[in-house]
Design a protein around this ligand. Structure first.
Ligand SMILES: Cc1ncc(COP(=O)(O)O)c(C=O)c1O
Length: 402
């Protein structure tokens, strides 16, 4: 069946779903807002790195009523300019805000966010460009930090916290399966041996959160002492694992840091990898904050061993200058029996024909394995920013040296 040619001038066609914004008004508003965004991004030095929210604005936002009647786009923009824009987060993007964890967004990435919102794909399946670009970006991320691209999988999620949850879920699954238990079907309600997880006291609190969500129990997360350099103390780790084995508990995972939140300390990754291998423990590396430091040749050697991780979290929205909540891939090697499909979904069928409603695709869709199915929101900003940076005369790896 051929495609019917358009009989109308495309620019005169309006949306078929209800919207208060006509096409021309949308364009005008968009041009205006792009000007504001440009000023925000390029004139950041003219602002103070941080401005606390005024009492009047705090109240206006907290008490903002759900509107009974819609207001005009101009009124919304005026509200944004008066109450929201003047109080951005702590110095993000400002030269004097560098100590804050999130970097300023690269302008190409900001445009990527706009495009992603407009195309609004759902990566739950189907033969769509979003899925393939998603997979390419995941591969880039692994290549950047020299993580094995073969036999590993990845997901784009909303941030390091969510990525940590998925990684530790994989760890829990691998440990239980090795002990003859299937947590996917049986849960952990009657799991015979308590599972124990180890992390240095410098570890980000998202690990404790994941332990809670996964039903492992906070008191079975061992907080291991750190050295004077804020690195995980290996002797303390060895002793804790030994003690737990003597108490008939089941040590299953060590979380190491490739850059702690407070000081940027990198744990002795190679030694921890050796230990995990000897002890049969899952080796997880939290690289959410600092893993991209590996791109700096001056400190790359400190990351030796990271490539041996069973799972690794990375956060491009921290040092790679893409918008917040832009991406947090998860990567796991194929060394365990766990495959990245924690959320199996039934095939979506067209009711009447009984055939699959979605065209099949030749590769694994990230949407098959992600709890959010909207990783692409992250992937387009990352892709655009990196294409652009690598097209610049200074190779973008050089940003670390400038
Ligand atoms: C080391 C580390 N891990 C995990 C996280 C959590 O990442 P997110 O805020 O993207 O959820 C952070 C955040 O700062 C972090 O510094």
């Amino acid at each position: 069946m051929g495609i019917t040619p358009l009989t109308k001038d495309p620019s005169s066609i309006e949306l078929t779903f209800p919207t208060m914004l006509g096409q021309e008004e949308f364009r005008q508003l968009g041009y205006y807002l792009i000007d504001r965004v440009a000023r925000h991004l390029y004139q950041v030095r003219l602002r103070s790195p941080y401005r606390p929210v005024s009492e009047k604005t705090r109240q206006a936002l907290e008490l903002l009523p759900l509107p009974d009647n819609g207001v005009t786009a101009e009124e919304i923009v005026a509200f944004f300019e008066e109450r929201i824009q003047p109080y951005p987060t702590f110095g993000t993007g400002h030269p004097r805000g560098f100590g804050w964890i999130a970097g300023g967004p690269d302008p190409m990435a900001v445009l990527g966010s706009l495009l992603a919102a407009a195309l609004n794909p759902n990566c739950i399946g189907g033969d769509q460009s979003a899925t393939y670009l998603d997979l390419a970006v995941l591969r880039w991320l692994k290549e950047l930090v020299d993580f094995p691209t073969m036999g590993s999988a990845g997901l784009l999620l909303s941030g390091g916290t969510q990525a940590t949850l998925v990684c530790l879920m994989a760890a829990r699954h691998a440990a239980a399966v090795a002990a003859g238990w299937n947590p996917r079907t049986e849960g952990l309600q009657r799991y015979p041996t308590p599972l124990v997880l180890y992390a240095s006291e410098q570890t980000h609190h998202c690990v404790a959160g994941a332990v809670e969500v996964l039903g492992l129990g906070q008191h079975l997360l061992r907080s291991i002492a750190s050295t004077d350099d804020f690195q995980l103390d290996l002797a303390a780790l060895h002793a804790a694992v030994r003690r737990d084995r003597e108490d008939d508990l089941q040590p299953f995972c060590v979380v190491a840091n490739a850059g702690t939140t407070n000081t940027g300390a990198i744990d002795p990754l190679a030694a921890i990898a050796d230990f995990c291998e000897r002890e049969g423990l899952w080796f997880h590396v939290d690289g959410s904050y600092g893993a991209f430091g590996r791109l700096d040749p001056r400190i790359a050697s400190r990351y030796c061993g990271m490539e041996r991780a069973d799972s690794l979290t990375l956060d491009p929205h921290k040092w790679l200058s893409v918008p917040m909540s832009a991406a947090a891939p998860w990567c796991g090697t194929g060394s365990s029996s766990w495959r990245p499909s924690p959320f199996p979904r039934p095939t979506i069928c067209a009711k009447r024909s009984g055939r699959s409603a979605l065209p099949t695709i030749a590769c694994n869709s990230p949407g098959d394995s992600t709890p959010s199915s909207c990783g692409w929101r992250s992937c387009l900003p990352v892709a655009l920013a990196w294409w652009h940076l690598s097209a610049c005369t200074t190779p973008w790896r050089g940003i670390w040296l400038n």
